[in-house]
Design a protein around this ligand. Structure first.
Ligand SMILES: [Zn+2]
Length: 147
């Protein structure tokens, strides 16, 4: 669900951050994009309507979001950090050929892994959450049906 500027302003204040215009527009764009963007991608889109914004500010602001728990870094092979403001428990599918990162929800997988790990009785560990990143290639649907 999309978040409005005023909802984001409230969220920032609740996290103890000053709700500056730049923080609001950066979070708004991150929260409402589903592609797990890099700082550079966000910057390219933001600078159209915010000519005074710098890439450095975008980096710094994203760091602040990660530190305050408003966003998470997503792993990618290419070495550049990708960001996610969707904080609900979910997994990722990473397409190594197209570099897309797509959210993957599966409650059955969730229960299965938790039960599996609990059975392993790992010493001194109380499991709170886990993330799976599935790596794969995009398959052409038609081609897949033939083979
Ligand atoms: Zn995600």
């Amino acid at each position: 669900m999309e978040k409005s500027f005023s909802e984001i302003k409230e969220l920032l204040i609740r996290k103890g951050l000053k709700a500056t215009h730049q923080r609001i527009v950066i979070y708004h764009l991150l929260f409402n994009s589903f592609e797990h963007p890099t700082a550079e991608l966000l910057f390219d889109k933001l600078k159209i309507n915010n000519p005074s914004i710098s890439l450095g500010t975008v980096y710094k602001t994203l760091d602040t979001f990660v530190q305050t728990g408003l966003a998470e870094k997503v792993l990618s092979e290419t070495g550049s950090d990708r960001y996610d403001a969707n904080l609900s428990s979910h997994h990722h599918i990473y397409y190594t050929d197209t570099k897309e990162i797509v959210d993957f929800y599966d409650s059955e997988l969730q229960d299965l892994i938790i039960a599996f790990l609990n059975k392993k009785s790992i010493p001194n560990l109380k499991i709170k959450d886990f993330k799976i990143q599935i790596h794969g290639e995009k398959i052409d649907m038609v081609e897949n049906q033939i083979n």
